[in-house]
Design a protein around this ligand. Structure first.
Ligand code: SF4
Ligand code: SF4
Length: 345
């Protein structure tokens, strides 16, 4: 069965039977510690109030428990910076031994301590850099840009040799929101050997919203031009921002997040979504005590279908597009018109 058809069948089956199938991707937080302090960080409170509880052995056991027939990708991301866990390299390599594809999202500090080979390497690494102006970098991230770029410089040629896709990640914030700043970042990203320049808009828990200097469409066109000129691919999620601005005062009616990804956080809990680490109503289980068992003891699929009766979420959601399509499946879009034919997947 083609991959797209397979994904459609999985979603369709869950929606029809209300039986939860473990998602194809998970995020695992290796720590809540971070040696930077970005002003936009949305896990400040989580980090302060929820210490790490997982040991290296707990993480290795978790990787063993992930059902290989349903789950293929692990992203090591937030809570803190994954590389701040002293066992990160060993845990990454263990998941590769177990044949998972892995991705890593990091601020880049300590990247030169990782060790991989051509046969055992991450599929991709995204490094949050935001700007190549040292002063702005410090304002945004309270970190040392030179040190981070040195570490990347030492390692990026190895990663490229292994076939790992390297992404320069840039969040649009109050400080770096000018065309000139994006231009400089794209030029340096290309010069250093990054494969992709990825941009999205920062979101703040206090509700303040970043406005584009002109319009999001104009900025996207400008970024396209600059990326083409510098021979680097552009990844841009302004569509998500535009959807958010239209929907920001509405609560999301149905949320199918856990069908697409789950978060195994460093406080030992499984969460519905990355936006709600530390929030009890979004906890789906205790992975350190119970592994993945808790996921099957609740009616999660039913809860997804009547999400707005159980939860009030109006976040900028990374799954907006996916949800639109899943809602079409619920409305009976099957067979010839399904996702694999319409090009959704
Ligand atoms: S690097 Fe990530 S986890 Fe660390 S402060 Fe910045 S946004 Fe938060
Ligand atoms: S942001 Fe809200 S709607 Fe989107 S996955 Fe998370 S909980 Fe669901």
């Amino acid at each position: 069965m083609a991959q797209a058809e397979y994904y459609f069948e999985r979603l369709n089956k869950q929606l029809k039977t209300d039986k939860f199938i473990f998602p194809p991707s998970v995020e695992i937080d290796l720590t809540n510690t971070c040696y930077q302090n970005c002003y936009y960080c949305n896990v400040h409170d989580f980090r302060k109030n929820f210490p790490d509880v997982g040991t290296k052995e707990d993480y290795l056991k978790l990787i063993d428990l992930l059902p290989k027939e349903d789950c293929y990708d692990i992203t090591y991301a937030g809570g803190g910076d994954p590389l701040a866990n002293k066992d990160a390299n060993e845990i990454f390599n263990y998941s590769l031994d177990k044949k998972f594809k892995i991705g890593i999202i990091t601020n880049g500090m300590g990247i030169d301590k990782l060790s991989f080979t051509k046969d055992k390497r991450p599929d991709w690494i995204g490094i949050d850099i935001d700007t190549v102006d040292e002063d702005l970098y410090f304002k945004i991230r309270k970190g040392n840009l030179k040190k981070v770029l040195n570490g990347i410089d030492k390692t990026i040629s190895d990663f490229k040799l292994y076939g790992t896709e390297m992404t320069f990640k840039c969040l649009v914030t109050d400080y770096n929101n000018t065309k000139e700043n994006f231009k400089e970042s794209i030029e340096l990203a290309s010069k250093m050997g990054f494969d992709m320049f990825f941009v999205r808009v920062a979101h703040f828990k206090d509700g303040h919203i970043i406005q584009p200097a002109t319009t999001w469409d104009d900025l996207e066109n400008y970024l396209k031009e600059q990326c083409e000129k510098n021979n680097i691919r552009l990844g841009c999620s302004f569509n998500k921002e535009k959807e958010f601005l239209i929907n920001k005062n509405k609560f999301i009616e149905k949320c199918f997040g856990p069908m697409l990804s789950l978060i195994f956080a460093a406080d030992g809990k499984i969460y519905w979504c990355t936006e709600y680490r530390g929030i009890k109503e979004y906890q789906l289980g205790d992975w350190i005590k119970n592994g993945i068992k808790d996921l099957y003891s609740n009616d999660i699929v039913k809860e997804m279908k009547k999400f707005d009766q159980c939860h009030k979420c109006s976040h900028q959601c990374r799954f907006y597009e996916n949800f639109k399509f899943i809602n079409k499946i619920i409305d009976g879009l099957e067979g010839e018109d399904a996702g694999h034919k319409t090009g959704f997947f």
